[in-house]
Design a protein around this ligand. Structure first.
Ligand SMILES: NC(=O)c1ccc[n+]([C@@H]2O[C@H](COP(=O)([O-])OP(=O)(O)OC[C@H]3O[C@@H](n4cnc5c(N)ncnc54)[C@H](OP(=O)(O)O)[C@@H]3O)[C@@H](O)[C@H]2O)c1
Length: 299
């Protein structure tokens, strides 16, 4: 992964409506959207007039969240369907419902994720769940939805909400780094890296093997998500599907126990601008990082 970053200036809020390419027929799906950044992303998409599917693993929390947007904010274009990204059966049911209800989709925001650590903790007790949710969940949902993307001239989009903690420069093991940086990286090699990490956790050797030092299991899950996004972007290069990642920065949500430099609404505003970039400005295979001054780099 190239770490060189280039400046990227966002258009102003008014120009967002000037470059409007979407309509009520544009369908966006957001995972893990009953709270936090996902919820704020759904709200922003709905305010801008897209049809949005708010998904959540818990039916009650999800339907309440969607109801609050419909009732309190008058956003009738918000729909709810349960989706637990760590459960393949739930993904299958969701994909089938989406196809029957909307016939396809235009935007997927893979936002759902877990971390079990307090800010300064680094336990790997729940590594399997973290990897299964943050990486394999996003991957399986993406693969299952690929045939349903409309691939219109406006270009379908996948925005993976990732983290700078999963940047390649956090990895100190040179062998793993070299594998992930290889231009011809394959999905199998990413799985090998994940398995190596889970083995190290099992063997109690994870601290000495050069994995990222902060929130190690979470960082490895995002490292894999970034790597997979790059492989997928290469697979769809030149087609009408764009795949990018975005790190929202330190945001005040449950994941950070309310700490952070900005609100979920502020993070969502940036995420939605990225997801709605005009077709001629939409890149593929980029990692968007930063809050305030924005820049992007190759994944
Ligand atoms: N907050 C930050 O500083 C920060 C920084 C960088 C990146 N991010 C990323 O931003 C995204 C959103 O996080 P957040 O800060 O908004 O955290 P959050 O408030 O904890 O929200 C996480 C969401 O994911 C859902 N979720 C967890 N497991 C799921 C599963 N198996 N299936 C479906 N949904 C599931 C949660 O549902 P429940 O309510 O049921 O638990 C919740 O709705 C994540 O990808 C995170 O890694 C956050």
């Amino acid at each position: 992964m190239e770490s060189k970053e280039v400046d990227f200036s966002f258009s102003s809020p008014t120009s967002l409506s000037k470059t409007r390419w979407w309509s009520r027929d544009t369908v966006a799906v957001v995972t893990g959207a009953n709270r936090g950044i996902g919820f704020a992303v759904v709200k922003r998409f709905a305010e801008l007039g897209l049809s949005v599917v708010l998904t959540a693993r818990d039916v009650e929390r999800g339907s309440k969240a969607a109801e609050s947007l419909r009732e309190l904010n008058g956003l009738r274009n918000v729909h709810f369907f349960p989706l637990d990204v760590s459960n393949p059966a739930s993904i299958k049911t969701f994909v089938s419902w989406l196809e029957t209800t909307f016939g396809g989709l235009d935007i997927l925001v893979n936002n759902a994720a877990v971390s079990f650590n307090e800010i300064h903790e680094n336990s790997v007790e729940y590594s399997e769940t973290v990897i299964k949710t943050n990486f394999h969940g996003a991957k399986l949902l993406t693969e299952s939805l690929l045939p349903l993307f409309r691939l219109s001239t406006s270009i379908s989009r996948i925005l993976n909400i990732s983290s700078r903690l999963g940047s390649i420069n956090k990895v100190r093991n040179l062998g793993i780094k070299a594998t992930l940086q290889n231009e011809r990286l394959s999905e199998e090699q990413i799985e090998d890296v994940i398995n190596l990490f889970l083995e190290d956790v099992k063997n109690g050797t994870w601290q000495s093997q050069g994995w990222p030092e902060i929130w190690t299991d979470y960082s490895v899950s995002k490292l894999a998500l970034n790597a997979y996004s790059r492989v997928l972007a290469r697979r769809f290069e030149g087609s009408r599907l764009s795949i990018n990642c975005f790190c929202p920065g330190f945001t005040q949500t449950s994941m950070t126990r309310g700490q952070g430099t900005h609100t979920p609404d502020a993070a969502a505003d940036v995420a939605v601008r990225l997801a709605l970039l005009p077709p001629d400005q939409l890149p593929n295979g980029r990692f968007f990082l930063g809050f305030g001054s924005y820049n992007k780099s190759r994944l």
